[in-house]
Design a protein around this ligand. Structure first.
Ligand SMILES: Nc1ncnc2c1ncn2[C@@H]1O[C@H](COP(=O)(O)OP(=O)(O)OP(=O)(O)O)[C@@H](O)[C@H]1O
Length: 258
């Protein structure tokens, strides 16, 4: 059984440049209330403040909020990329974070070598790596480019390879940033089917997005972040309606005529 516990998590980023006082004055107007001094009198931006929630098998959480609300920082903290200054994150079960398409990709290696490396990193056996290679190569439509270094790929090819690799390993806990839902229309149709499959297979989903329909399709619970704090936490429709300022409802399929 998978589980995720985010217990009273606080994250701040020290700002190292310039004199603390003038910097504090300069940034105060833009991120009012979130710039503070830490115990060593350094100027810090408070990205997350006392975030507290738990998820268990079957939970599908959407993170919403305006620019700079803390969504990406929270996903990165759940993924273990950032270490909270206060509080802690505990994850039970395998985790995959779809946060950055190029993460872990080496441009000097060929597509095939990158796939093999990813397989080794995930502890796959040789036959499993061969299956991974086939799956990724088919999905990314790389053909003969598979044996050329990634740096000679077009940007579209790099995106396809990054996406295929990132979505090849099926986790119990899936973290996803909304860039995964962006891309050219042709590719997205294929990509979305693969993503939906992955989302269905995961026991726990945490998704950050600005797209209302995606939240309604995929999430059962929503946390609305504002200035690094939880502004609301509850059923997807309720929190989304409050955030948007008008009621939203899931589309109920119309029953077929008898
Ligand atoms: N590495 C960093 N150094 C300093 N401040 C940071 C850093 N990363 C994020 N922040 C600050 O933390 C706050 C939260 O940022 P975050 O990127 O998590 O927001 P977000 O909700 O994902 O925004 P968006 O929707 O615009 O992507 C912002 O005020 C941002 O400026």
């Amino acid at each position: 059984m998978a589980g995720l516990d985010c217990s009273h998590v606080t994250i701040y980023f020290p700002l190292y440049h310039g004199s603390a006082r003038s910097l504090k004055r300069a940034v105060f107007s833009t991120v009012s209330g979130r710039v503070a001094a830490d115990t060593r009198n350094r100027v810090v931006v408070q990205a997350l403040r006392d975030i507290d929630f738990s998820l268990s098998s079957g939970d599908r959480l959407g993170l919403i909020g305006g620019n700079g609300a803390g969504k990406t920082t929270l996903l990165r903290t759940l993924a273990g990329i950032y270490e909270p200054q206060f509080g802690q994150v505990r994850v039970q079960g395998s985790l995959n974070a779809l946060l950055d398409p190029n993460l872990g990709m080496n441009p000097d290696l060929t597509g095939r070598e990158n796939i093999a490396l990813r397989g080794l990193y995930n502890g796959l056996s040789k036959p499993a790596i061969r299956r991974l290679e086939e799956d990724v190569a088919n999905f990314a439509e790389l053909a003969e480019f598979l044996d050329l270094p990634v740096r000679v790929y077009s940007s579209g090819m790099v995106v396809r390879l990054g996406f295929a690799l990132a979505t090849a390993i099926r986790p119990q806990v899936l973290l996803m940033d909304e860039w995964f839902l962006a891309g050219d229309a042709n590719f997205m149709e294929k990509a979305r089917a693969r993503l939906e499959d992955m989302v269905r297979g995961a026991e726990i989903l945490v998704l950050s997005t600005h797209v209302t329909s995606v939240v309604l399709d995929w999430c059962t619970r929503v946390i609305w972040l504002e200035e690094g704090r939880v502004r609301a936490d509850g059923p997807a429709e309720t929190v989304l309606s409050a955030y948007l300022g008008h009621p939203v409802a899931r589309e109920v399929p119309v029953p077929a005529e008898p």
